[in-house]
Design a protein around this ligand. Structure first.
Ligand code: NAP
Length: 430
């Protein structure tokens, strides 16, 4: 096949993911077979073209002019692997508005500006693919949006951040503090110098917003996701959780109820035999549930240049096949109306409470009575005497968040409760 019929690709970014994508795109014969037409990288733009690279790019192809890529008539598919909001957002809007298709791995951009990007793709008939934005090399977006389109998914529960799963796994297995486990994650290259994006749950919240948007076909933005990080989890929480039959994970949870979406990222107790409790170290997993399909679990490496690049190239080939067949792009979400997001106060789950109480007869009865006064019932309780002070570890039955907040106020007002060490939501079943 001659180059005239080739589908032109422009690559924005040649870093951890971009270099691996470029490498995979050198296998011209395999690409042409998969796409039905040759797929050729025509231009690559980076911030600093003179930097040494892991891949060798011909001098005429490598440059620093991203705008040229998104406006050049020889580019059909713009692949954005820069990251961050600007200039990625402006480049992609420009590309889509001139009918070019886009493949991106940029979760931060989609979670913040997905609405305008999807709308622009829809009005231009361009394709907008983003498999690599969630779960690295784990196929999630296509299975959820295509294979499961008829499944009417109702819930997504995921471990979407490898850094925090590594930290929590080390805390559970080694008994390490959060700080020591974070230091080990840094040593192994899993955590950035500034780990806030991971440990405070921002990264998982952005990915959950994308998954919820795809699964429920309604726009859910990163800012709509309630978020708590893992830094207040202690080794003692793991010990008590285990005694009660639970592990602790940073979960990303989205559900749909009568048109209202629930979306939250926070640490959670998970039964030790739950599929997500068994996901170790830096691995990711996503459990989707629908009335007709039951539970389906996807798991694997959620990041890394090579796995993520396979997802990007899978998208490039999917788009190339559509272009070869003359198929117009259709947005997954369409015009998309606003979504009502359930306030966290209305979310109903069981809770784990770890309390320090004065160790004398009658104290537990007072604690139980204070909890009962808010119509919250206790499913299990463990108590440990430590001299003057005892620890009381409780798991409640389902209770609304607002009731648990009132329970905490009541407990603080009881003279016999010295401290509320931690309050953690429970997922799975009690
Ligand atoms: N790394 C992963 O495991 C992973 C996994 C899933 C998704 N992602 C997503 O993939 C995207 C890329 O991540 P990455 O880890 O590959 O990032 P990275 O290693 O930091 O690479 C970024 C690339 O963008 C280039 N760049 C920066 N500003 C630019 C500009 N204004 N114009 C053109 N090029 C510019 C950089 O140029 P220089 O090389 O000259 O500095 C570099 O090549 C992000 O959205 C990230 O969230 C990454």
């Amino acid at each position: 096949m001659g180059d005239r019929q080739a589908i032109g690709v422009g690559l924005l970014g040649l870093g951890t993911v971009g270099a691996e994508v470029y490498r995979l795109l050198q296998d011209g014969d395999a690409l042409a077979r998969a796409a039905g037409r040759p797929v050729v990288v025509k231009r690559v733009a980076v911030a600093r073209p003179d930097r040494p690279r892991q891949v060798s790019v011909p001098a005429g192809v490598l440059g620093s002019n991203g705008l040229e890529i998104v406006t050049s008539p020889e580019i059909d598919i713009v692949v954005e692997l820069i990251g961050g909001i600007e200039p990625a957002r402006s480049y992609l809007l420009r590309a889509l508005s001139s009918g070019k298709s886009v493949v991106t791995a940029n979760k931060a951009l989609l979670a913040a500006h997905g609405v305008e990007l999807f709308a622009q793709a829809e009005s231009s008939g361009a394709h907008l693919y983003f498999e690599a934005s969630v779960g690295g090399g784990i196929p999630l977006i296509k299975p959820i949006s295509e294979s499961l389109v008829a499944a009417r998914l109702q819930a997504i529960t995921g471990i979407l951040n490898g850094t925090t799963n590594f930290i929590l796994t080390r805390m559970a297995h080694e008994g390490w503090s959060f700080e020591d486990a974070l230091a080990e994650a840094r040593r192994r290259g899993f955590a950035e110098a500034d780990p806030a994006d991971d440990v405070d749950g921002h990264d998982a919240a952005a990915k959950l917003a994308i998954l919820a948007t795809v699964a429920f076909r309604r726009h859910v933005r990163g800012v709509d996701v309630y978020r708590e990080g893992i830094s207040r989890i202690t080794p003692r929480d793991f010990i008590y959780a285990k005694e009660l039959g639970f592990g602790i994970k940073l979960l990303a949870i989205a559900r749909i109820h009568d048109g209202e979406v629930e979306a939250r990222v926070h640490p959670a107790l998970v039964p030790l035999d739950h599929p997500l409790a068994l996901v170790p170290d830096e691995f990711n997993a996503v459990l989707v549930e629908g009335a007709d399909v039951g539970r389906i679990v996807f798991s694997g490496r959620g990041a890394g240049g090579a796995p993520t690049a396979t997802a990007v190239v899978g998208d490039i080939l999917a788009v190339a096949r559509h272009l070869a067949a003359g198929v117009r792009g259709r947005s997954l979400i369409g015009a998309g109306t606003g979504t009502r997001v359930r306030p966290i106060e209305d979310v109903v789950v069981p809770y784990f409470l770890s309390l320090q109480v004065i160790d004398r007869p009658g104290v537990f009865a007072r604690v139980a009575a204070a909890i009962g006064e808010e119509q919250v019932s206790i499913a299990s309780i463990v108590q440990k005497s430590r001299g003057e002070v005892a620890e009381a570890i409780l798991v409640t039955h389902d209770a609304p968040e607002r009731a648990i907040r009132r329970v905490q106020d009541r407990l603080r007002a009881l003279g016999v409760v010295k401290a509320i060490s931690n309050v953690i939501r429970v997922e799975g079943s009690v």
